[in-house]
Design a protein. Structure first.
Length: 98
C-alpha cells in the first residue's frame, strides 16, 4: 500500500460504519487471510496499541501478530475478543439464495 492510500484508508476506517463494512466485505472473500489483513488495517487506523489488544484478549503479542498475519489461523473466540476492542461483534445472517 502506498503511504497516501494508507493515510486515506486510515481516515475512512476511523468511522465505525465504514470500518464494519470494510471488515464485512473482507469476510466475503474466499481467502480468510483477506479478513485478517483488513482487521490489521482497522487496528492501525483506530490506533489501538497491539500491547493493549494483547493484554485485553489474554494473548501474548507474538501470538497475536501471528494470528493476524495473512497466514494466521486464529480461533473465532480470539477474533471475537479482538473485534470487541472496537465495540464490534460477529453476527450471522441469512445468505442470499445461491
Amino acid at each position: 500500500m502506498s503511504k497516501k492510500y494508507e493515510d486515506y484508508l486510515d481516515e475512512k476506517l476511523k468511522d465505525d460504519d465504514y470500518a464494519m463494512g470494510y471488515l464485512a466485505a473482507a469476510l466475503e472473500d474466499e481467502d480468510p487471510g483477506v479478513f485478517l489483513l483488513a482487521l490489521q488495517d482497522v487496528i492501525r487506523a483506530k490506533k489501538i496499541p497491539i500491547t493493549k489488544i494483547a493484554n485485553d484478549t489474554g494473548l501474548n503479542r507474538p501470538s497475536l501478530y501471528r494470528a493476524l498475519s495473512k497466514e494466521g489461523n486464529p480461533t473465532i473466540r480470539n477474533i471475537d475478543k479482538i473485534l470487541r476492542q472496537f465495540g464490534y461483534r460477529f453476527s450471522v445472517e441469512k445468505a442470499d439464495a445461491v
